[in-house]
Design a protein around this ligand. Structure first.
Ligand code: NDP
Length: 211
């Protein structure tokens, strides 16, 4: 059984939940990248690192010099590739990866104990993770972009409209970041409900929880 809570962390357009274009991100949002790095590398209460779980295509989209992602246990899912190099752990299914990560201490596995689990994309992995019972949160950066201008070709299923998920007040997101001792990320959230403005786009950090 999967015991650790699982959270998706994703940036998507407000209208159609577009997340990608031509195998890469449709935008460059430096504050969102910093937010992502801080949240996914915050060790929380324990001394161990969080795990980031991604699909093979998202792994390939990370520039070589930045992978594996620092200070995080990197887990890559693929049905075809069994080894992504040192500092990575490959699995052929999401269920296998999540149960291996939750089993602590690991008996026969090389995977270290982790403090939390973040699903970091792309669309295939997010889609499966949204249906997994261990997934309880979505940390969603809502990007208010003109859909024609950003031209996404990859989308999240619209979990917002299923009735299964509830948007929480931004105070709850701040509280969560406080719990995981991620105070630097809290400082990136604008006060008074303002949006971040960068490279001609406006966006905000939001939290969704399973009802
Ligand atoms: P993914 O990153 O989800 O990778 C898909 C691959 O993962 C598959 O081809 C397969 O690899 C493997 N895979 C998928 N499901 C499973 C499974 N259940 N078990 C084992 N392996 C599995 O690709 P997408 O094309 O869906 O998404 C990539 C796009 O998303 C890019 O444009 C990227 O930039 C974007 N993105 C956006 C983010 C955002 O926050 N805006 C975050 C992350 C990515 P194989 O073929 O080897 O079997």
């Amino acid at each position: 059984a999967v015991q650790l809570p699982v959270a998706l962390i994703v940036a998507a357009t407000h209208g159609s939940l577009g997340i990608g274009r031509a195998g890469t991100l449709p935008w460059r949002l430096p504050t969102d990248m910093t937010f992502f790095r801080l949240v996914t590398s915050a060790p929380g209460e324990s001394s161990c690192q969080p795990a980031v779980v991604m699909g093979r295509k998202s792994w390939e989209s990370i520039p070589k010099k930045f992978r594996p992602l620092k200070n995080r246990v990197n887990v890559v899912l693929s049905r075809t590739v069994t080894d992504f190099g040192s500092g990575t752990h490959a699995f052929s299914s999401l269920a296998q990866a999540l149960s291996a990560l939750s089993r602590a201490p690991p008996p026969a596995s090389t995977i270290p104990p982790v403090s939390s689990i973040y699903i970091i994309g792309g669309a295939e992995i997010y889609t499966e993770a949204l249906k997994h019972p261990a997934t309880s949160r979505v940390i969603l950066t809502t990007v208010y972009a003109d859909e024609d201008a950003v031209q996404c070709d990859t989308f999240l299923p619209d979990f917002r409209r299923t009735g299964e998920w509830e948007q929480k007040p931004v105070a709850d997101l701040r509280r969560l970041l406080c719990e995981i001792k991620c105070h630097e990320a809290i400082d990136l959230i604008p006060v008074d409900g303002d949006r971040v403005r960068e490279n001609g786009l406006e966006y905000e950090f939001t939290l969704w929880e399973k009802r």
